[in-house]
Design a protein around this ligand. Structure first.
Ligand code: GLN
Length: 309
């Protein structure tokens, strides 16, 4: 529904974007050369409402590495294939640790705390590789249909670079395998995980892709039921409790909507019954969340009174 006139929204986004551009804190992800080379000044903000309007400011058409935002796409397919059995293999609890932490996995005997930390997404990749004959194609066709852009692809250089520098993620996979929580070949599932992290999308593509989560599982444009209302509520619950890693509590407190971030600098925030806010700027804060992105999403949510709590 309209809660503000379009001109007001455009002006609001523009103001917030301009303030965000003055933020110079944070550091571009540098664990792989392909991400370290990204121009840190790029910045984009999009608001896609359920009535089909899209408001954009900045580099909203530029494709960037969506990284952990892709964990949502993987999770959707795994939920569909395994049903509730999935929750025997991965929990739904906040981790209270960094996204790539390994210690907790040892304590918890190879069961990841949630699907949004790396260990959880690697477990999900195992499910996809074991249950789909072509797991990458399954993810790609889901993503393409959700954002309505058939040109979305995974960046080859980022994919290769992730593989070359993926020792910590490999350690997570092997540790889970040693506890018997991984079925497929570790190399094969890691290849899927790294490929998925390397998906390249624009800020606008992202906003559009996740509108179904704001609409009880139904895509507001195609009217297609993407997933059940129950499952879309469950994904939103996971995003609320673990989507922003170890800053999820603060995000709920100061912003108050389900959201997911990635180390490429993207953030997508779902506002139930209203729409999706997506933001992108490469410099990250200490938690691995985009510094400008955090500011922009928070401002939009606060100024429009969008907290769900
Ligand atoms: N490719 C990254 C990793 O595996 C994804 C993590 C992220 O975006 N937080 O470390």
């Amino acid at each position: 529904q309209h809660i503000h006139a379009p001109d007001d929204l455009t002006r609001l986004l523009q103001d917030i974007y301009e303030q965000a551009m003055t933020i110079k804190t944070g550091k571009v992800a540098d664990y792989i050369p392909a991400l370290a080379a990204v121009d840190p000044e790029q910045c984009a903000l999009t608001l896609a409402t359920l009535d089909g309007e899209t408001f954009t400011v900045g580099d909203t058409q530029t494709q960037f590495s969506i990284q952990s935002v892709s964990k949502i796409f993987g999770l959707m397919l795994a939920m569909e294939r395994l049903g509730d059995e999935l929750w025997d293999r991965v929990k739904m609890e906040p981790s209270g640790q960094a996204f790539n932490s390994i210690v907790q996995l040892e304590w918890e005997k190879g069961i990841p705390r949630n699907p949004m930390i790396n260990a959880g997404a690697i477990l999900i990749s195992d499910v996809l590789v074991s249950h789909y004959s072509a797991s990458k194609n399954a993810v790609l066709s889901l993503v393409r249909s959700l954002c309505g852009n058939e040109a979305v692809y995974a960046d080859h250089e980022v994919h290769e670079s992730e593989k070359d520098h993926g020792h910590r993620n490999a350690a997570l996979a092997h540790l889970m395998k040693s506890f018997g929580n991984i079925d497929s070949d570790v190399e094969e599932l890691l290849d899927h995980y790294f490929w998925q992290c390397a998906l390249s999308m624009s800020c606008e593509n992202l906003a559009r892709s996740f509108t179904f989560l704001a609409n009880d599982g139904v895509c507001p444009f195609s009217k297609k039921q993407i997933m059940s209302k129950r499952d879309s509520q469950r994904i939103n619950a996971l995003l609320s409790t673990s989507g922003m890693y170890d800053q999820s509590g603060e995000f709920a407190f100061t912003v108050g909507v389900p959201a997911k971030s990635g180390v490429g600098g993207g953030i997508v925030a779902v506002v139930p019954d209203f729409g999706v806010i997506s933001a992108w700027s490469p410099r990250l804060n200490e938690f691995g969340n985009s510094a400008r992105g955090m500011f922009m999403v928070r401002e939009v949510a606060n100024k429009l009174g969008l907290s769900v709590y």
